[in-house]
Each structure stands twice: as C-alpha cells, then as structure tokens.
Design a protein around this ligand. Structure first.
Ligand SMILES: Nc1ncnc2c1ncn2[C@@H]1O[C@H](COP(=O)(O)OP(=O)(O)OP(=O)(O)O)[C@@H](O)[C@H]1O
Ligand SMILES: [Mg+2]
Length: 465
C-alpha cells in the first residue's frame, strides 16, 4: 500500500479501535449503573405521584400507573405477623405474574414505612439473572410496593462486547480494503502529476505537454489541480519560448549593432587615411561627416529603442485625432517640397478619446508618417480613421512594392528593405521596432498589409467614453 494509504488506514483503524474500546468500557462499567439509576428515577416518579393523590384515587389509578411507568404496584394492610404479611404481599405479586425467588420485607423496613418513610430495596433473583427493584411507601395505612424487574446487565454486556470485537475485526478489514482502493485511485493521478511537475521543473515542456500532459479525470480537487498544472505548464512553456526567442533576438540585435557601427567606422577610417595620404578629391571630409552623422543617429535611435523597452508608460486621456493632426502638421513643408499628396479621412463620429501614453503614441505617428514620406513610390499617402467594432481603426498607406514574404520583417530592429537602402533614404531600421514595442506595451492590435503596390500600416485604438 502507498504512503497515503498507510497513513489513512492507520488513522481510521485507530479511530475505530478507540470508539469500540470506549463502547466496551461503557457497556461494562457505566451502562449497568446508568440503567439502575434510570430505573430508580422511574420508581421515584411513581412514588411521588402516589404521594400526591389520596388513598381512594390511588387504588383507582393503580392500573394506569402500572401501564404508564411499566412497573408493578401491590398494596397490603400492615400486619403484626411479618410472615403472613410477606406471604400476602408475595401472593399479590404472584397474581400480577411477578414470581420472585427472593423477597422478604423485614420488620425493620415495615416499621420505617409505617413511620412514613420511603424505603428502596434491590432483591437479587440469583439464577434468574435479574433483580427486583422495589420501593416501599405508606399510603393511608396501606403498605405500597412499587417494583420493577431489572435484567442483569453484565452477561448481556459480555455478549455485546464479544460482538463488538468481531465487528471491530471485520470493520478493520473492510476499511483497509476501501482505503487501499480509494488511495490507489487518488495516488495514481497524483503520481502522474508528480512526473509532469518534475518534467516541468527540468523545462521539458515538450515531453510534458505532448505525451504526459496531465489528463486526470477524477471529478474532484485532484482534477482541478491537474487542470491548474496544465495551465501553468502551457504558460511556462510560452514564457520559456518567449525568453528563448528574446535571447535569440538579442544575439542577432548585438550582431547587427556591431555590423551597423563597423561599416561607417571603416568608411571613416579609409577616408581619413586618404586625407592623410593627400588623396582627397574634395569629397572626403563630407563623406567622413556623413558617416559620423550616421553613427550619431544610430546611437540616438539605439538609446531611444532601449529606453522604450524599459520606460514606464504614463497613461492619460487625450484626443487621438487632435494629436495626429499636430504630428502631421510638422511634416507639411516636407510634403509640399517633395510634392507628396496627403489625404486624411475621418469617419469616426464624436470625440476620439483614448487612454494611453501620449508621448509614445506621438512617436508612433511620427515614425509612421516619416516612413510614408520617405518610402512612398507614388507620391501619395492615404490616412484614414474609421470605426470598427467599437474601436478606432487608424490606417496609413502609400505606394510601395515589397516582397510579401519579407513584409513582417519590417518590425525587426535594423531591418531595411534593400530597395530603400539603395535609394539611400532608409535610416537605421529601428523606427518600426520602436513602434512595435510601444504598441505591444499598450496591448493594441496592429499590423502591416501589402497589396497591389500599396503598403498599409494599421492600428486599432481602444476608445474610451
Ligand atoms: N511606409 C513604408 N513604405 C515602404 N517601405 C517602408 C515603409 N515603412 C517602412 N518601410 C520599410 O521598412 C524598413 C524599416 O522601417 P523602419 O522605420 O524600422 O526603419 P527606417 O525608416 O529605415 O529607419 P529609422 O526609422 O530607424 O530612421 C524601412 O527601411 C523600409 O524599407
Ligand atoms: Mg522609419
């Protein structure tokens, strides 16, 4: 038997042994005395009733009292001849089918009763295995006997106690069997849960989930526990995978930074050497200056990116459309100089209030607008605000031709589409990574779509009343 079963059967068996031992002791020592005490109480009630009524009423009430209290009542005129007095009493008792082996009222008892005292006597009937408990009292010159027969308890108790011992034996066997079955039912799923937990502890989610994911159906707390472990396992697996992915991303990120910094630095190095060697054709300093600008903007972007990852977001309620218009107005001049046509449509009814970090949302808009201006291939930018399922759907689209397979990569840090790099318009490739980080931390739905020569970025903002 398993540990739980042993513990359970031991405690239940001890409890049953205690109860039965207690019952045996009770039967042996306490019950006979208690029984006698109760019977005496019974007689007491009868004698009190008799004492409270007159002689005539008493004689009439005898049958009723006998029936009510289950006693035998006889009475006799007191007689100086104690032998004939006892004989008469005995005859009276015989008439009521109470035949006693041993019964004798002593002259002393008779005197006491004549003097108005109540006397109780217990007559052991020897082999009849019973006693006759009697109470004597005086009722207007009548000697009254109220008695009842009491079975000897000790023998009965012995038999009952023997039976108890057999019951105890059978009960213990039944309990052991039941406990064994019950604990087996309980511990089998627990064993499974233990194995699953051990595997989770070793971060072996695949095995734990694929083959051993707790499938316990016990309809009780164990099933609830299994359910919680499954949820925990799923969540841990996801968290673990996220961490692994982040770790992987971090490695790529570090390699990218290395590369992004090395390229301009080696260009600077070559051109500085050229200057030193007197090879300058008048463009060397400009190239060096351009590369230093690149490095400084890269560092600026990197700092921004890492700040966003760690920043504490402070939410406030503001008008989204108003913020967007303020952002767009800063690019007015640039659009006009580059001859870019910007159209803004707003189909949202009422005020567009949102609860978010205003500065960060401003960064999102700035990045998306500046990208659209930088990369549009048809000199057109279409911006729209619309209502969608109680949310505000913001879209910004411009002409672009991008490989569909690479579209999702635009969110990755340092990712720059080749055609943009060639045109020399792209930056460090951190802008959309920052946008992604901000939107994710706001738990907003967002994404990018590409179709028929267009690229569209969309965000669902949660509107508040
Ligand atoms: N509106 C757009 N139209 C076409 N291509 C885009 C658009 N927005 C982003 N891209 C492509 O995605 C790449 C990543 O954009 P992201 O904003 O992250 O970087 P970036 O603009 O190159 O540099 P940064 O924003 O850090 O100055 C861009 O280099 C560009 O190739
Ligand atoms: Mg950008």
């Amino acid at each position: 038997m398993n540990k739980l079963g042993k513990k359970l059967s031991l405690s239940i068996s001890i409890a049953i042994i205690c109860i039965i031992t207690f019952s045996i002791l009770l039967n042996k020592y306490f019950l006979p005395k208690y029984y006698l005490h109760e019977m005496k109480g019974n007689l007491e009630s009868v004698t009190e009733t008799i004492g409270s009524i007159n002689k005539k009423d008493f004689i009439n009430a005898v049958p009723e009292l006998e029936k009510k209290y289950n006693v035998t009542i006889v009475y006799e005129q007191t007689n100086e001849d104690i032998n004939s007095f006892n004989d008469s009493l005995r005859d009276n008792l015989d008439r009521k089918q109470v035949t006693l082996n041993k019964f004798w009222v002593t002259p002393d008892t008779l005197r006491k009763v004549e003097n108005g005292k109540k006397v109780n006597k217990l007559y052991d009937q020897g082999k009849l295995k019973s006693s006759f408990l009697s109470s004597f009292m005086n009722k207007g010159n009548l000697f009254v006997l109220v008695g009842l027969s009491i079975a000897h308890f000790n023998d009965a108790a012995k038999v009952i106690n023997m039976l108890y011992i057999y019951v105890l034996g059978i009960a213990v066997v039944i309990i052991l069997l039941l406990v064994w079955l019950l604990t087996k039912k309980m511990t089998d799923p627990l064993k499974e849960l233990k194995e699953v937990s051990e595997e989770i502890a070793e971060l072996k989610f695949k095995k734990a989930l694929k083959f051993k994911k707790a499938h316990v159906q016990t309809n009780d707390e164990i099933e609830e526990l299994a359910y919680s472990i499954n949820i925990m396992s799923d969540k841990l697996k996801k968290a673990h995978e996220d961490l692994l992915k982040k770790n992987e991303n971090l490695k790529t990120f570090m390699a990218d930074i290395n590369h992004e910094l090395k390229t301009p630095l080696s260009v600077i190095q070559i051109y500085a050497q050229g200057l030193k060697d007197g090879l300058d054709d008048g463009t060397y300093t400009d190239t060096i200056l351009k590369q230093t600008k690149n490095i400084s903007s890269l560092i600026e972007d990197l700092l921004n990116y890492s700040r966003i990852e760690r920043a504490v977001f402070t939410k406030e309620k503001f008008n989204l459309f108003q913020l967007f218009q303020e952002c767009l107005s800063k690019y007015d001049l640039e659009c006009r100089t580059k001859n870019i046509n910007v159209s803004v449509s707003n189909k949202v009814k009422g005020e567009m209030r949102v609860d978010a970090d205003k500065k960060k949302i401003e960064m999102v808009f700035n990045n998306l607008i500046s990208n659209a201006i930088k990369y549009t291939q048809n000199q057109k930018i279409d911006i729209a605000f619309a209502e969608s399922g109680g949310q505000v759907l913001f879209t910004i689209q411009n002409g672009a031709n991008i490989d569909d397979k690479k579209i999702e990569k635009v969110w990755e840090p340092f990712y720059v589409i080749e055609s943009s790099r060639n045109k020399n318009v792209s930056g460090t490739g951190l802008g959309l990574a920052i946008v992604k980080s901000i939107l994710e931390r706001h738990q907003l739905d967002f994404g990018v779509l590409h179709q028929e020569g267009y690229i569209q970025f969309y965000i669902y903002f949660k509107r508040i009343p």
